[in-house]
Design a binder for this molecule. Structure first.
Ligand code: GLN
Length: 289
């Protein structure tokens, strides 16, 4: 008896529910859409069509990976960020909703100051931040930089798939030392660097610890190594009145604000995420020369 997408959807959904997956309906939809090579919208339209045994087998093997604890984003290979589809592989972090706060703040600032905007996304990973700001700000020119060549490859795919090749270039760079001479200067530097204190890596949820790239999470002994280095080495790449924006971990905002003030930044401010955590720290570079 041939099965419809809906039959498989129900089978996947109930296995997820029985195994304690909270968002079982949503996850079943994303998983089945990925198995079928469709968007979730297409899947909804095709729900009562017959499917193939290949798609059923694929969905079931994806389901087993999910039940073994692998994050859905790596199984599906794609995750939504700021309304854009972002390819994810184990070489990059899965884009988090928290990070959308920084994108919103950057977009707002660029619009408010009437800047065209040359923007740097430092430690870009998948490039989700770079793609989101470039897609929101058609006049902006973005550089997406990372130390990981594997991440840059994923980033380039995301730039291409989101048709942003004319607005974003990628660059190999180490955030913990001086920028390459050729990099030029920026109106905005955005960074969601690794910020988990090394000894806390072991306490992370196993869906993060066992699957996500640890070099994208490990912020050194107190978790603040990258903020220190970026402020020290990358401030020279900011234009006068340029903005630096960091995503920070819970409880880190005050330390990062202090670092910015000590380095000569002004108008130091922050933004809260939906859980009320101070998540983004912003500073303005006031060039006195
Ligand atoms: N927010 C991520 C987490 O909770 C950490 C991201 C980072 O270190 N930049 O796992």
């Amino acid at each position: 008896m041939p099965k419809t997408y809906n039959d498989i959807y129900f089978a996947v959904r109930s296995r997820l529910r029985d195994n304690g997956v909270e968002a079982f309906g949503l996850e079943a939809r994303i998983l089945l859409a990925a198995a079928a090579g469709k968007t979730t919208e297409q899947l909804m339209c095709d729900m009562y069509l017959y499917t193939s045994s290949e798609i059923e087998e694929k969905a079931m093997s994806m389901l087993e990976r999910r039940l073994a604890g692998e994050p859905l984003a790596y199984i599906a290979g794609s995750w939504e960020f700021y309304g854009l589809p972002i390819t994810v592989t184990p070489d990059v972090l899965i884009p988090r909703m928290d990070t959308e706060i920084m994108v919103a703040a950057a977009v707002e600032a660029v619009k408010q100051f009437g800047m065209k905007g040359r923007i740097l996304d430092l430690c870009c990973g998948s490039g989700c931040i770079a793609c989101a700001v470039a897609s929101e700000l058609p006049a902006a020119r973005v550089v997406a930089a990372d130390i990981s060549s594997a991440a840059l490859e994923v980033c380039r795919k995301n730039i291409k798939d989101n048709r942003l090749t004319s607005r974003i270039i990628t660059m190999h760079a180490d955030a913990t030392t001086w920028p390459p001479m050729s990099i030029g200067s920026f109106d905005v530097i955005l960074s969601n660097p690794p910020y988990i204190p090394s000894r806390e890596l072991i306490e992370l949820d196993c869906s993060v610890r066992d699957y996500e790239p640890l070099n994208a999470l490990d912020g050194g002994e107190d978790g603040l190594d990258f903020y220190r280095a970026i402020i020290k080495y990358w401030t020279i790449a900011l234009r006068p009145n340029g903005l630096i924006m960091f995503e920070v971990g819970e409880g880190q905002a005050d330390d990062v604000k202090r670092m910015l003030l000590r380095a000569g930044y002004v108008s130091v401010d922050s933004r809260f995420d939906t859980l009320g955590i101070e998540r983004v720290v912003i500073g303005k570079w006031k060039n006195e020369f």
